[in-house]
Design a binder for this molecule. Structure first.
Ligand code: DLZ
Length: 161
């Protein structure tokens, strides 16, 4: 099965003036770490200064929307607003309806946060049926979607600044 990235990028974006937040869940640790690294590496490749990449964690994906809002407000108060935030989580289906409820609630709330916070909040959540599917999408055998999320953050923050 082909797993693609962002597709053709319309131009090279310069992230050197940006401050970007990465907020990640701690469930599915190895996969999360690879996604965070993929996003971080892409941000620096596009010019974002390492000191302007803020990485924080929360317990699980359910906490991502509230954590993202808090992170955004914290840096607003510090006078160092974040230009975009990448919430990163990995949800893997189990044997109950837990997965469906969390995927639905988290994805809708992350979408809403874009408008509430009026800044790009990237959808950095893998919603997979198996551990293997998640690994394939996290650069542990296949393409690392974290890199796409980093690129999307820089493009969105630059284009609409
Ligand atoms: C409880 C739970 C389960 C079963 N599975 C996952 C998962 O696959 N990925 C993830 O990020 N978090 C999971 N969690 C934890 C919830 O997201 C949340 O942290 C707890 O329910 C506490 O609110």
């Amino acid at each position: 099965m082909a797993i693609h990235g962002l597709g053709e990028v319309d131009q090279q974006y310069d992230g050197s003036e940006l401050r970007i937040g990465i907020l990640h869940a701690r469930w599915n640790k190895e996969i999360i770490e690879s996604l965070v690294k993929g996003a971080h590496d892409k941000l620096t490749e596009l010019g974002v200064k390492p000191e302007n990449i803020i990485v924080e964690s929360i317990p699980g994906s359910f906490e991502l929307p509230f954590g993202t809002k808090q992170l955004s407000e914290k840096y607003e108060k510090l006078g160092k607003p974040l230009d975009a935030i990448i919430p990163i989580g990995v949800l893997i289906k189990g044997s109950t309806m837990h997965f469906e409820y969390i995927c639905d609630a988290v994805s809708k709330q992350i979408m809403t946060l874009n408008f509430d916070l009026n800044k790009p909040i990237i959808f950095g959540v893998l919603t997979c049926l198996t551990d293997e599917q998640a690994r394939q999408r996290a650069g542990l055998g296949g393409h690392n979607h974290g890199a796409d999320w980093g690129a999307a953050a820089v493009e969105m923050a630059t284009k609409f600044r």
